[in-house]
Design a protein around this ligand. Sequence first.
Ligand code: ASP
Length: 290
Amino acid sequence: MIPTIIVHGGAKTITEDKVAANNAGCTAAAEAGWAVLISGGTAAEAVEAAIRVLEADPTFNASLGATLNNDGEVEMDAAMMEGSLSWGAVAAVQGIRHPISVARKIMDEKPRLLVARGAERFAAENGAELCKKEDLIADEQWQQWQEDQKVIDRPNTVGCVALDASGVLAAGTSTGGTTNQQQGRVGDTAVVGSGLYADNKLGACSTTGDGESIIPVVLAKTAIDFLTGERHPDEAAQMAIEALKSKVKGEAGCILVDRQGRVGWAYNSSHMACAYMTEGQDKVAVFTQK
Ligand code: ASP
């Protein structure tokens, strides 16, 4: 099987001064995941490696530099799913540098979705890199939060989908949620079927955008179902976003890899940073607009 990886930096508006940072961050993430895949690593390992890069980059709404909730705090959700239908997720967590790694770790456990203090305790007991919750607040987000208390909706998860050499697919997501979200809110990112889905028989998908719109249309699973009959992932992604637009109001995007390693993506926001790599490319392909 030909390994493939695609990452996104969120469905959002990317102003001219932020294009380079979005491109650089998504490229670095795709390269990190690709390095795992070509050295024989699994799709889940590649997704984790790629999302850790995005979580460490304050350009993106995940972990360091994530958007702040209505208490002025970073509160995060993350999830991982493998095409064998194994999954794990954490929600409403604080003081964890890489929520995606905790989500991956919890895939082997039951329960597989832990929130808040229970998830933080699981992270601590399983060697996750912890920090003070304030350490994840970037200056830019803090200033924006103080100036712009009225903004209540500026979503942009990060995500990644990969296919490894043995034909296993994985998808991952990580987010700080929506700007000024109510403390305790959980969006689609930690919800299997909505924020992510992976099925080795069809493909894998990671979504981004307005969780309250993504959840009722079960966006990731909807996109995967559109892959039936060998439909190209680009068309399936577009159909999923059209379904969201026709059924509910809201802004969203998704990235897909099918079981053959073909990539696709679509969004109805003004931009979505996106980067992918597969065999035959000499470097990562990266875009902020399609
Ligand atoms: N989907 C996320 C949520 O609603 C927001 C995002 O895309 O960051 O929580």
